[in-house]
Design a protein around this ligand. Sequence first.
Ligand SMILES: [Zn+2]
Length: 485
Amino acid sequence: MVEDVVKTLKVRIKNEVLTTRKKEKLRKITGRDTRIIEKYVRIIHHNRRKICTKTKNGKIRVHRGKLDELTLTTSRLKRVEERRETVLHDFKKMFPYCSHNEFQECRDIAVQLYEQGYRPSPTRLPIKRARRQLINAKRFVLVHLPKEKNNTLTRWWVGIRDSLDTWRRNTPYHQKLWLPLEMSTFHQKELKKGRVKSLELRYKRSTREWWVYFQLKVLPPPSFYSPEKENSSSLPPAVLGIDLGINIPAAGVLLTPKKKLTNKEIKFWYTKQWNRVNHRYKLKLSRLQRKAALNDQSGKKHQIYRFLGLLRRRYKNVKRVYIHQFINNVVQTIETYAQRYDLFVVVGYPKHIREEKGKRKITRKFRRKLHQWNFSLVLALLHRALILRGFEPHRILTIEEKGTSSHCTRCGRKVIRPVRGLVHCPSCNYTFHSDLTGAMNIARKFLGELFRPRGNTITDYLTGQKYSLTHFTVCLGLSHWLQSQ
Ligand SMILES: [Zn+2]
C-alpha cells in the first residue's frame, strides 16, 4: 500500500532585489483574490438553502456546479442552448480583469472556507487582506539558470503567470512575473525528492518579506522491511507501546519474544530544557494577563495586549521547535529498534483521558497541563515522520488509551497511586512506574485485539483506517505477554 505524503518547502524570495513594481504586482495578485473569495462566501451563505447539502455526519457540502450557475456566464460554449447569458451575480462584470480559471480557483478556496465553518457576518470585518495565494502547477514554472546563461547572481527563478491582464493591441495577455529565489543546497535536495504540486505566495508581516511555499508530493521510500534487505524476514516480532504523558512527554515499552523486561526495552523521551522554558513562558504570560486585567479594571489606557499577542506567538513558535525535537528523538529510537525487530508501534490516543479527568475533581493547574501538548499534532507528525522513513502505515497504529494506566501490568486488577508517577497494586503487591504501566498496557491491549478480534480488521483510532489481521500474523508469537505474570 503506497501512501502519498505532501511536504511543504519554504523558500525565501530575494526581497531586497525585488523591484517596487514587482512587489506591487504581488500585493495586487494576492489582494484582489481576497475580495473575490469574500464575495463568493457571501453568495454561498445567502443561497445556502439551494446549493448546500448536509452529509450523514453533519458536514456541509457546497455544490460547485450550482454555485457556478449563479455566478458565471458561459457565452463561449459551442452549443447555443447550453450557454448561460445572464446570471444573478455576474462575476465577470464585477471583476472584468479575471479569467474563468481564476474564478474557479477562488471558488474552490471559498467553498473550502465555507465547508470548514467560515461564515460572513455583518458585524465582523471581511477576511483580512490575504497575504497568501495558492497557485497550481500549471500556472508557474521553476527554472534553474546555469552561470553561463545568466548574468545575474540568482540561479533559481520562479515564473508566475500574472493573473492580472496586461493589455496590448486591444487583447489581454498574461505576463510572467519572475521572482528570484534564495535556494540553498538543502532546498535543491528536497526538490529532487518529489514532484511540485502547487506553490503558495505568502507575505510574512513580521519581517515584511515575501516567501514561496512549494507543495511537494513525495513518494515514500521503499519499505523498511523490504525483502532485499538481508535477513529482514527472520527478525523476531516486537510491539512498542508508547504512552504520551504530562511531565515526561512519552514513555515506551518494547514487548519482545523474551519473557522479561530489561532496561533495554524501556525508554523515556524527554527534553530537559522544555519544562524550564515552558514554565518561564507560562509565568510571563500569566503575569502580563493579570497586569492587563488590573489596568482594565481601573480604566487605564495601556498596550499590554499587544505584548501579550507577541509573547503568545513566540511561545507557540518555541513550542513547535521542541515538539519537532521530541519527534526526532522518538523516531531515532524507533529506527534502532526496527533494525533488530519486526517492529509495530502502538500509540495510545489520550482523548478519553482528557474528558474523564475533566469530570473528576482535579486541580486547575493539572488540567491546564493536560492540554498543553497538542496530542493529535504530535501523533500526526510522528506518523508522517515514520512513513517518510519507509515504515508501512499499518506498523504505526493509534488505539484508545482508556483505562490503560489504571490497571496492574501483572495481574490486571485496578491499581492505586500512592505518589504521583508510581502505581501500586494492592492485590499482588507490585509497584511500577505509572507511564510505563500505561505504555505496556497499550501494547498489550493491541495484542489482545489481535487474539480476540472483533471482525477481520484492526482500526487505527486517529485516521479511522482499517487494516486486515493478516498484516499482524507475526505478532502472534508474543502471546505470553497476555498472560498474567
Ligand atoms: Zn497486580
